[in-house]
Design a protein around this ligand. Structure first.
Ligand code: APR
Length: 240
């Protein structure tokens, strides 16, 4: 039986909920230039373009057409019934893990549902789209809220907690991530270095495929329910 499990999720876990991934065919990075909508420089260059990008993604998330899928729910079952330590680290900025019921969750790339004061760094749950009138309440004069998203070139959140969890886990599972963006893409190396078992659940072999000891190829929503059952039954991955 495992003692401490770390799970890393990426856009692929939300794909079956209807959210676009980044690098699949027709993904977000086919429709937008990363440097225009996911960098501080892009935001400084064209604030309205960046606000439209995040307003559109937040609108889709709140449209009522997007809901957690079986993969999110399987992780909630794991959190509820696993007697050891579990930490779910997500690269996703959607709130589907929360809506499914996950509590031990760390958004390392920020959250679509929140804005941040550029001056105080205080975060605010968004009540309206980003725009010139959507300002903080912590400064005088009030400052225009920015997306609470980690852009390329910015430091992800929770890295100390993440490294501590990776140093002590005995199972690391990456779900629905292409393994192309660091530091998340390097978490498997840290887990391997500290002797954890490492498994990948992905539609296609991701960039760091060879670093994982075990591979479950297919849809997360179809694979995770059984994988969680096996873990809760005390089975060691790859044992049969
Ligand atoms: N089940 C499992 N895996 C899936 C599914 C699915 N139903 N659908 C797609 N995938 C896989 C794809 O094969 C791909 O490997 O999910 C992965 C998604 O990869 P990306 O689109 O690159 O998303 P992600 O890895 O989360 O991107 C990491 O890059 O742009 C930045 O900040 C952004 O957090 C994001 C980071």
């Amino acid at each position: 039986m495992y003692r401490q499990i770390v799970v890393l999720t990426g856009a692929g876990i939300s794909a079956e909920s209807g959210m676009s991934t980044f690098r699949d065919q027709h993904g977000l990075w086919e429709q937008h230039h990363i440097e225009d909508v996911a960098t501080p420089e892009g935001y400084a260059r064209d604030i309205e373009l960046v606000e439209r990008f995040y307003n559109t993604r937040r609108q889709q998330l709140n449209s009522g057409e997007v809901a957690p899928n079986a993969a999110h729910l399987a992780l909630v079952k794991l959190e509820a019934e696993f007697t050891g330590e579990l930490l779910v680290i997500t690269q996703n900025v959607d709130d589907l893990h929360e809506r499914a019921g996950s509590k031990r969750l760390l958004h390392m790339h920020g959250e679509l549902a929140k804005g941040r004061c550029p001056q105080s760094l205080q975060t605010f749950v968004l009540r309206e789209p980003f725009g010139v009138d959507n300002c903080c309440t912590c400064c005088i004069p009030a400052k225009r809220l920015r997306p609470h998203i980690v852009w390329f070139g910015e430091m992800p959140f929770g890295m100390d907690r993440i490294h501590d969890a990776l140093d002590h886990c005995d199972l690391f599972i990456a779900i629905g991530t292409s393994g192309t963006v660091y530091p998340a893409a390097g978490f498997v190396d840290s887990a391997n270095h500290h002797g954890a078992q490492t498994a990948e659940v992905n539609l296609d072999p991701a960039d760091r495929h060879s670093q994982f000891q075990y591979h479950f190829t297919g849809k997360a929503g179809e694979i995770l329910p059984q994988l969680v059952e096996d873990i809760l039954a005390g089975k060691v991955i790859g044992s049969e």
